[in-house]
Design a protein around this ligand. Structure first.
Ligand code: NDP
Length: 266
C-alpha cells in the first residue's frame, strides 16, 4: 500500500501541493499517495489525529493552521522553532516532528532558480506575519547585508526585529530615502489587490522584487516593474518548500525544474 501524506488547510481546495507531490513521486519512483484535507477551523488537531490513525506518515500545513501545528508538534527542528510556525509534519513512533521549509524554499528559489547571489544584498521584507518570520533566519544565513522589516503596523515589525539580531524595523513611511537590492513582499496585500505605500526610489538599480503570492499579477509586482526592478512571484518558493518537505519525509530530493515548468504551463 502507498504511504499516505496530506496537506491540511482551510480553505484547501485551491492547493497545488497534491499536484506537486504527485509529480515528485512519479519522478523519483516513490510510492506515495498525497491528498488535500479540509480541516474545520476549530478541528485541526482532531483531523491530524484521524489521519495518523489511518496510517498517515506526514503532512503539510497551510493557512490558518501553521501556528497550531507548531503547538501540536512534540519535537521541533531549529528552523521551525525560529519561524514560530510549522508547515511540515512527520509522524513516527508516536512522535509528531514539526519542521518549517518555507524559508529554505524561498532562499533556494532565489539562489538556484533565479540565480541571485544573496551575499551583500541590502534586503527589505515587507510584512511581519508568519511568512515574514519564517524567512528571516535563512536570509541572514545566506549573507544578506542589511535586513530591514517594514510593516503597515510598525509595532509588529519592531516586535519581530527584536527577536532577530541583525535586523531592523521600520514603518512604511520611514522607508523614504532608502533603497534596497532585494525587496520581498511577505504581506497578503495582493490578495485584495491593495497597493502598498512604497516610496519612490525604494528599488536600487538592478533590484529584484519578490512577491510571495503566486497565480496573480499584484499591485506590488506592477509597482516594482514600473520602477525597473526584476520581478518574480512565489510559485518557485512553493515548489521548493514542497521539495524540501519531500526530502524530509523520503530522504530523496526531487528535481524541481521540470515540476515548476509544468505548473507554469498549467
Ligand atoms: P499573515 O496574515 O500572518 O500576515 C499578513 C501580513 O500582511 C501582515 O504583516 C499584514 O500587516 C500585512 N498586510 C495585509 N494586508 C495589507 C495591506 N492591505 N497593506 C499592507 N500590509 C498588509 O500572512 P502570512 O505571513 O502567513 O502570509 C503572507 C503572504 O505570503 C500570503 O499572501 C501568503 O499567501 C504568502 N505565502 C506564500 C508562500 C509560498 O510558498 N509562495 C508561503 C507562505 C506564505 P499588519 O500586521 O499591519 O496587519
Amino acid at each position: 500500500m502507498s504511504d499516505r501524506y496530506a496537506v491540511f488547510g482551510n480553505p484547501v481546495g485551491h492547493s497545488r501541493s497534491p499536484r506537486i507531490h504527485s509529480l515528485f513521486a512519479a519522478q523519483t519512483g516513490q510510492d506515495i499517495r498525497y491528498e488535500a484535507i479540509l480541516a474545520p477551523v476549530d478541528g485541526f488537531a482532531a483531523a491530524v489525529a484521524a489521519f495518523v490513525a489511518v496510517g498517515g506518515r506526514g503532512a503539510n500545513v497551510t493557512v490558518p493552521f501553521k501556528e497550531e501545528a507548531f503547538r501540536l508538534a512534540t519535537e521541533l527542528t531549529p528552523r521551525a522553532r525560529s519561524a514560530g510556525a510549522v508547515n511540515t509534519l512527520g509522524f513516527e513512533c508516536g512522535a509528531i516532528l514539526g519542521d518549517n521549509t518555507d524559508g529554505a524554499g524561498l532562499v533556494r528559489d532565489l539562489a538556484a532558480n533565479l540565480g541571485i547571489d544573496l551575499r551583500g544584498r541590502r534586503t527589505l521584507i515587507l510584512g511581519a506575519g508568519g511568512a515574514a518570520r519564517g524567512v528571516i533566519d535563512p536570509l541572514l544565513e545566506s549573507g544578506v547585508s542589511v535586513l530591514t522589516i517594514a510593516n503597515r503596523t510598525a509595532g509588529r515589525a519592531a516586535d519581530l526585529a527584536a527577536g532577530f539580531p541583525g535586523t531592523t524595523a521600520s514603518g512604511f513611511a520611514e522607508l523614504a530615502g532608502r533603497c534596497f537590492d532585494l525587496v520581498i513582499n511577505a504581506t497578503s496585500a495582493g490578495l485584495s489587490d491593495a497597493e502598498l505605500p512604497l516610496p519612490a526610489g525604494l528599488f536600487a538599480e538592478g533590484a529584484v522584487a519578490y512577491e510571495m503570492l503566486y497565480g496573480r499579477n499584484t499591485p506590488f509586482m506592477a509597482q516594482a516593474r514600473n520602477a525597473g526592478a526584476v520581478v518574480a512571484d512565489g510559485l518557485g518558493m512553493l515548489v521548493e518548500q514542497a521539495a524540501e518537505a519531500f526530502y524530509v519525509w523520503r530522504g530523496v530530493r526531487p528535481d524541481t525544474g521540470p515540476v515548476l515548468a509544468e505548473l507554469r504551463r498549467a
